[in-house]
Design a protein around this ligand. Structure first.
Ligand SMILES: *[C@@H]1O[C@H](CO)[C@@H](O)[C@H](O)[C@H]1NC(C)=O
Ligand SMILES: *[C@@H]1O[C@H](CO)[C@@H](O)[C@H](O)[C@H]1NC(C)=O
Ligand SMILES: *[C@@H]1O[C@H](CO)[C@@H](O)[C@H](O)[C@H]1NC(C)=O
Ligand SMILES: *[C@@H]1O[C@H](CO)[C@@H](O)[C@H](O)[C@H]1NC(C)=O
Ligand SMILES: *[C@@H]1O[C@H](CO)[C@@H](O)[C@H](O)[C@H]1NC(C)=O
Ligand SMILES: *[C@@H]1O[C@H](CO)[C@@H](O)[C@H](O)[C@H]1NC(C)=O
Ligand SMILES: *[C@@H]1O[C@H](CO)[C@@H](O)[C@H](O)[C@H]1NC(C)=O
Length: 503
């Protein structure tokens, strides 16, 4: 067995796993994976989409690589992260509704292997830096028990960037607050701005990894806090945007610039330590921009949290010297659940041996081949508030759901905030769909009308019928959504002022 294989085996034994499924052969050829996930990063907030916010480092990497311009994520944090790490739609994980709130005893089910679990079987060292947000009520759900060798970051969905405090929302008491910052399984207290801490930690991990295990492939999942609210940034990043009158947007722009600098610092470290030429960098947002906190999804319709394209059509690109085409744009339909099989197969694994909803998109990304995906189940959420009257036999169209099939997108129920928010220098499209409060079925031709202006459901009854049947077929495979009430035992006041596993 190669030294790398031995190392992987000893590592495996250290976490009490008994068998290493495959010996690690030719490990040095396996690509390193750097997955940078931005938080709440809007469609109009990247330089290469025409934003006034400057992102020179992200733009350069994107232009050298392959920009994904028909790429979808989920409308909010936990759903996107759950699909990234499990390769499964929410109807198959029980996470159909909302996010995992800090006090809910809920998590990505343990039966599902994570991408990190599968990469570990291929001999990878896996590290997560930043946000988890996939549940932590028991120790078995924290990142170091879900395939990651180390964790440096926070378990909940949002917190203050400096003091790392998270306060539970949607509760009668406003004082359920606690520190949420961890290094592996222990709570730490660190007051520096998180973007700098995460970039520094990533650099350190790369340095340590290359000196200790030069032949072992590396999976680094950098789940940045940037650019989710609250709006906080060191003053020097905000200064260049003093001309922006909207204060939220001004701070947000500074946060984006700081993130752009972190991307440079991290990718520079991969270069400095000789990993870059054998690395796949994926940059992705986790959902659309939160307009109330400075984000902007123009020209797409809708906000973060909605099933309109503004909530889900994401900024994303791949950079790698391993790509056959460079400086290209991929128009193939792609979804966040596709990273699991795409990256696992590139790592030498066998995605066909795992039950997945994603597709291997490597040939589409790297060679410009035809994409394997013709549809996306955006979601079916039976716990969301219902809307209108049920008029469909086959599928209850008062329920929030959305399905994409080729160029068509069908929405049912209450899709979330469908406002357009153009930047000040632009104007609203002229032909707006009034979307009456009673309406609960929409059909759009996304290729002809990417802005979801003209509802063409009435003109295309056959398409609507086909898509409702398809939704019903998906619904028949769904597990019930799990959305438990808050458990007060979780509150930080019971644990020395910190958030962490409580059961
Ligand atoms: C954390 O910082 C925020 C923003 O400055 C402040 O409102 C909050 O009170 C701070 N919390 C703690 C525990 O220091
Ligand atoms: C909030 O507090 C009010 C007044 O004490 C009470 O009537 C209500 O049931 C509480 N709501 C929840 C969700 O606990
Ligand atoms: C990037 O690195 C430079 C040089 O070390 C440092 O001054 C800067 O603070 C870093 N920025 C981030 C966001 O980590
Ligand atoms: C991958 O897994 C599938 C399903 O288990 C199996 O049929 C196939 O032979 C495997 N491929 C390789 C190359 O091992
Ligand atoms: C999904 O299937 C369940 C179980 O058959 C059914 O109760 C529910 O109404 C269906 N949902 C929709 C949106 O039709
Ligand atoms: C939806 O967006 C509009 C602005 O475009 C805003 O005025 C409104 O408050 C939003 N509604 C909700 C429920 O957030
Ligand atoms: C973290 O450090 C701050 C600043 O020193 C302190 O006020 C706070 O109490 C600490 N939090 C915990 C949970 O120890």
């Amino acid at each position: 067995m190669s030294p790398t294989g031995l190392f992987a085996l000893s590592k495996c034994l250290a976490v009490l796993c008994i068998t290493l499924s495959q010996p690690v052969l030719g490990a040095s050829k396996q690509p390193n994976i750097l997955f940078i996930l931005a938080d709440d990063y809007g469609y109009h907030d990247v330089g290469y989409h025409g934003s006034a916010i400057r992102t020179p480092n992200i733009d350069r990497l994107a232009f050298e690589g392959v920009r994904l311009e028909n790429y979808y994520v989920q409308p909010i944090c936990t759903p996107t992260r759950s699909q990234l790490l499990s390769g499964r739609y929410q109807i198959h994980t029980g996470l159909q509704h909302s996010i995992i709130w800090a006090a809910q005893p809920n998590a990505l089910p343990k039966e599902l292997p994570t991408l990190a679990d599968k990469l570990r079987e291929e001999g990878y060292a896996n590290h997560i830096v930043g946000k988890w947000h996939l549940g932590f009520y028991k120790e078995e759900y924290v990142p170091t028990n879900r395939g990651f060798d180390s964790f440096y970051g926070y378990l909940t969905g949002s917190e203050f960037y400096y003091n790392k405090t998270y306060c539970l929302a949607q509760i009668n008491r406003s004082d359920v607050c606690g520190l949420d910052f961890r290094e592996n399984d222990r709570s730490i207290n660190e007051s520096e701005y998180s973007t700098h801490l995460y970039a520094e930690r990533t650099k350190q991990l790369v340095a340590d990894h290359t000196s200790a295990h030069p032949d072992q492939p590396l999976f680094l999942y950098l789940a940045l806090q940037s650019v989710h609210g609250p709006l906080e940034v060191p003053a020097q990043y905000r200064t260049p945007y003093k001309h922006i009158k909207d204060e939220n947007r001004q701070i947000y722009a500074g946060m984006v610039s700081c993130m752009d600098e972190a991307v440079k610092n991290v990718t520079d470290a991969f270069k400095k330590y000789g990993l870059w030429d054998n690395t796949i960098l994926v940059f992705s947002t986790d959902n659309g921009g939160q307009v109330a906190e400075g984000g902007n999804n123009w020209p797409l319709r809708g906000w973060k949290g909605s099933l309109w394209d503004g909530g889900m059509r994401g900024v994303g690109f791949v950079h790698s010297t391993l790509l056959k085409q460079k400086g290209a744009v991929a128009h193939q339909l792609m979804h966040v659940s596709d990273w699991f099989p795409t990256l696992l197969n590139q790592a030498g694994g066998n995605a066909s041996s795992v039950k997945l909803d994603g597709f291997d998109q490597w040939a589409a990304i790297s060679d410009g081949a035809e994409g394997p995906r013709t549809e996306i189940l955006h979601n079916i959420d039976p716990l969301n508030g219902k809307r209108g009257k049920r008029t469909e036999e086959v599928f209850d169209n008062t329920v929030r759901a959305a399905l994409r099939m080729n160029k068509w997108k069908l929405l049912t129920g209450e899709p979330g905030n469908g406002s357009w928010v153009p930047p000040p220098e632009r104007e609203l499209p002229t032909k707006l769909d009034p979307s009456s409060k009673k309406q609960n079925i929409w059909l759009f031709d996304i290729e002809a009308d990417p802005y979801e202006i003209s509802n063409v459901a009435a003109e295309n009854p056959e398409v609507v019928k086909t898509m409702l049947l398809k939704l019903a077929a998906y619904n028949a495979t769904a597990v019930p959504p799990f959305y438990p009430p808050y458990d007060p035992r979780s509150y930080p006041e019971n644990h020395g002022g910190v958030w962490g596993p409580w059961m």
